[in-house]
Ligand binder design. Sequence first.
Ligand code: MN
Length: 508
Amino acid sequence: MVSASSDSKVSEIIELVKSSSEQDIALITKAHDFAREAHKDQVRFSGEPYFTHLFQTAKILAEFGMGPITIAAGFLHDAIEDVGVTPETIRTEFGEEILFLVEGVTKLGQIRYTSNWHTESLRKLFVAMSQDIRVLMIKLADRLHNMRTLASVPQEKQKRIAAETLEVYAPIAYRLGIGRLNRELEDLAFPFVYPDAYEETRQIIEKRQEELALDLEHFHESLRIKLVEGGFANAETSFRVKGLYSLYKKLKRLDMDIEKVYDLSALRVIVGSVADCYKALGIVHAAWRPLPGRIKDFIAFPKPNGYQSLHTTVFTGDGGIVEVQIRTREMHREAEFGIASHLSYKQGLAKGDAAHPTLLWVKRLLPGVGEQAAGNGSVAEAKYSDVPGWIKELVEYQKAHGDKEFEEGLKEDFFRERIFVFTPKGDVVDLPVDSTPIDFAYAIHSDIGNHMSGAKVNGKLVSLDSILKNADIVEIQTKKNAKPNRKWVDHAKTSMAKKHIRQALLKE
Ligand code: MN
């Protein structure tokens, strides 16, 4: 028997699996023992047994609520690639489904990065995602553990791995709504990719840290009292400090002026129902003056990745400003675990919650979810053949354009932060930060863009190059004989708008 490090006990993982059956426990244990034996002669850069990595990857998957099949595949994810276990062996020992997942992860792992690695790896990632989202979850868990241990990797490799994490994996975690994973990946990669910016950001925050903590503690106490007085004796409250990388991105947009960052720290209030969220918001606003324009209702208008919450920023009364985020327990779980919470959560899709946009999105992605495995009470892990729209869009876009443009388009359109603006009828249009009415018009329809004569934002006429802000109501005026102007290319942010404008100019 090979001894593993003392902290890697399979029971730690089994405890994390909700209502596991005997069959589930047997499967996880078998995969654990198999991986430990198969990798027994292998060590990591740190000198630790390689098995530590497999154990931690499987554990992360369990923490994210993934089912026994995915956890087992997590244990086995390097067996084919690293120690030459044959696919036949995995099929015989663990069955077709686990082999499919392990081979999926193996394919992703075979990407060797050359000068054009970015596009290439993205493409392979998307193909893999299109086949089965669980492959991607395993890859993300694998990457998270590799990032947690990046310090022991040779220096020349560190930067490449960290840059890839920042450009590929963290944004994907964000798009899948897995906030916790997105934040951790970003913050682990940040110091390796941008050491100077990291240092600068760290120093900026350090100066504020102490007063921030004091303010926050004081406000937190008062908030709890107000909530109890308002009938919320059981509301849960907690702090969250903005991730360093996320703060850095924001600072860059704000001339590195920390005073302009209003959500440096936030207080979370978790209540029982949607109605309670609005009631709690009322309590907060009755006690503290809100900053105008900072009240965001992501419950009525969820972010495209499914995030829901009420946000408001209030004056604390002692010179400070703090963001308060109010949500239900279910919204909180979704914000932390995103798509993973739907892959695993039994009742999630069975409640007839058809109006819920995230659920619809996940349903499209995962037609098999919600089916229970017969009899044993574990969560069904069906094979998901369907693909979410945004991934389809990426694939279509890539087919229609060159690789370079694809890459640019990705960075510009899909992976940047978005703003949400409205048509006069109240339809939501999401656009990249710094978009203009030109982008808005082309996002509605190319004909509207091509015949745009003017734009109104919140009822006022504006120039076409004005920068749109969250929650603006945008109205496009058109004229039959109006046509695009050459300058519009520079004033447009989205590659979609630029493309249509160039085409229209060429036709003339
Ligand atoms: Mn691995």
